[in-house]
Design a protein around this ligand. Structure first.
Ligand SMILES: OC[C@H]1O[C@H](O[C@H]2O[C@H](CO)[C@@H](O)[C@H](O)[C@H]2O)[C@H](O)[C@@H](O)[C@@H]1O
Length: 587
């Protein structure tokens, strides 16, 4: 089934870290006058459309004809001229892919047996069926003529997020793969993981998504966790052992290319190694960069934006540092490279632990010690720089002002998810974290915990709620293991399932993001319309239908959110409790 073999047991096959020049298609899709001219002509409502179109002729020939075209138009073509050039030289977007029905798809995967409420069971079956809509396979021509496409060839079919996202996305795939495993689609899940392994072997790391124009940035590195999920489900330890070379390479890539120093410790921050605006949002970046006077300042700004994209949270006040050292402001104050992010460090700790675990399966004693030692060092740094005893949570660290950033983001609790803390401190951490949650009113939102408490219009800010973040919070609290933390975890998990169900009942759609303020409301804002499909959303719901399905019922479907502190002080505790009870809001 492989077009490109994933050489699991070959000698070290990883040759290099990529540069844009390794992709001939990059001269069209990643940088240069042709990209600039087309994207600035504003032909397409969504800038991503152009960079997903197939070339009709080889890149070099297209560039030659573009140069001639520009000369014939005195270097000032009208938008209609540019449209004509695009029509003459490119095919529609998405022609490289065909819809693919996963060959291992099953009508009644056993997770459905765990779901007792008939409406939820039907919904689970509907979600399982959506995998067939999201399956994509590359046409044969892609591996024969890769230079004609922006897509990165991979050997096996994939499940895509959906909507405008018609290729794989790195971190999305973690929740997709977990959902696939629960849907008993092990071959599809393994195929996707093998794609990622083959990409690390060819390119040296995994780009943000499956397009050459993402070449300068990755996303939160969850490949090792995908392998762990696969092995936990299948008990196929050999798969993990065979992947170790590649997993180590990805780990070292992140450490070597992302390390920063804070308070005498080595930690990691997001970064990008390309130049210029994001190709898929080129015009948007050029427009917002206009406030910068010099090319150097614009370039630095583009780097900050692409680094934010590497985090997966593009864009958010989480990455703003204004002149006062706070996070009020706008996109142009994005300073991602100067912020040490809690979850990236926690994930790398987790990766080191999992690599050590896989080595222990192969009795590689020295390697176990090596990776345990690496994990220990990261844990020490997380503890010393990011854990904040006073606040009761881990906080991102601002390298410009040398101080913690005391503002809520779900990732402030990411160490709970990956157990990046001393387990013996669980009770103390539980007390601190639950106080932090109460002080930030996080249990009061009917549509889930928002990504920040600041409304900027950016898509990773209030009131948007994102499935991977709900997952990190809910699984983190569950891991913490105290009765209070587990109780809150179950309440949030079940509220999320019910709210997603309400949205589905009303619209028959699954969304990439939702609305904290409205039970059953979907998200918005940012630079593109809210997308439907949706890979990670479905993955998280399938997992939680399996987890809570026996106890969950949607009769009288309500959110179960606690009243906010401001509402309590306005009306008095007794009145609010009465209203809430009458409205059936407590579960
Ligand atoms: O085109 C704008 C941005 O789109 C992607 O980001 C969003 O969708 C991804 C796929 O679901 C998701 O992984 C990411 O977290 C979202 O913010 C893309 O990843 C960005 O690089 C791109 O600039």
């Amino acid at each position: 089934r492989n077009v490109i073999e994933y050489a699991a047991d070959s000698e070290n096959t990883i040759e290099k870290d990529v540069t844009a020049y390794d992709f001939p298609a990059c001269q069209i899709y990643c940088y240069g006058p042709l990209l600039h001219t087309v994207q600035m002509a504003n032909i397409f409502r969504d800038s991503k459309t152009f960079v997903d179109m197939k070339l009709k002729k080889a890149p070099e020939k297209t560039i030659e004809e573009f140069d001639a075209f520009m000369e014939s138009k005195n270097n000032t073509p009208s938008d209609d001229d540019v449209l004509q050039f695009v029509n003459d030289h490119f095919d529609e977007k998405g022609t490289e892919l065909e819809v693919w029905t996963p060959t291992d798809w099953k009508e009644n995967p056993s997770f459905l047996d765990n779901v007792h409420d008939p409406d939820l069971k039907q919904w689970g079956a509907d979600l399982n069926a959506i995998w067939k809509d999201l399956g994509r396979k590359m046409k044969e021509d892609v591996s024969k003529n890769p230079d004609y496409y922006s897509i990165i060839p991979v050997p096996n079919p994939v499940i895509i997020p959906g909507g405008r996202f018609i290729e794989f996305y790195y971190w999305d795939s973690y929740w997709i793969i977990r959902g696939l495993l629960l849907s008993e689609m092990q071959d599809t899940a393994r195929g996707m993981i093998e794609n990622f392994l083959s990409i690390v072997q060819r390119i040296g790391f995994i780009p943000n998504g499956g397009r050459v124009y993402y070449w300068g940035r990755s996303q939160p590195p969850l490949l090792t966790a995908m392998v762990k999920a696969y092995v936990d489900f299948t008990k196929d330890d050999l798969f993990a052992i065979n992947a170790l070379d590649v997993l180590e390479h990805e780990f070292e890539y992140f450490i070597n290319n992302h390390t920063v120093q804070a308070k005498g410790h080595n930690l990691v921050a997001y970064r990008d190694s390309s130049t210029g605006p994001r190709p898929e949002s080129y015009r948007e970046d050029v427009e917002s960069a206009k406030i910068f006077d010099t090319e150097e300042a614009k370039e630095a700004y583009y780097s900050e934006l692409k680094s934010a994209a590497e985090s997966g949270m593009d864009f958010s006040s989480r990455w703003f540092i204004n002149s006062d050292g706070t996070n009020t402001g706008n996109l142009t104050q994005t300073k991602t490279r100067s912020i040490v992010p809690v979850e990236l460090n926690a994930i790398l700790y987790w990766n080191a632990k999992m690599i050590a675990e896989f080595h222990s399966k192969a009795d590689n004693v020295d390697k176990v010690q090596e990776y345990e030692a690496k994990a220990h060092k990261i844990l020490e740094a997380i503890q010393a720089v990011l854990w904040n005893e006073d606040v009761g949570a881990w906080l991102d660290y601002d390298l410009i002002n040398n101080k913690p950033r005391n503002s809520f983001v779900p990732t402030n609790l990411a160490p709970l998810w990956v157990k990046a803390y001393n387990i013996s401190d669980s009770q103390k951490i539980s007390t601190a974290v639950l106080k932090y949650i109460e002080e930030n009113d996080l249990d009061t939102f009917p549509g889930g915990v928002p990504n920040t408490l600041i409304q900027t219009g950016e898509q990773w800010d209030y009131p948007n709620v994102w499935p991977p973040m709900q997952y990190i919070l809910v699984e983190g609290l569950d891991n913490l293991g105290t009765p209070e933390a587990k109780n809150l975890s179950a309440r949030w998990g079940q509220r999320w399932v019910k709210s997603n169900f309400e949205a589905y009942r009303e619209t028959r759609s699954m969304f990439e993001k939702y609305d904290a303020e409205k039970f059953g409301g979907h998200g918005g804002g940012g630079e593109y319309d809210v997308q439907k499909g949706f890979g990670w959303t479905n993955g998280v719901i399938i997992e939680w239908l399996a987890k809570y399905g026996r106890e969950l019922s949607i009769s009288g479907n309500t959110d179960g959110a606690a009243p906010s502190k401001s509402l309590i002080s306005l009306l008095g505790v007794a009145t609010v409790a009465l209203i809430a009870t009458v409205a059936g809001r407590y579960i």
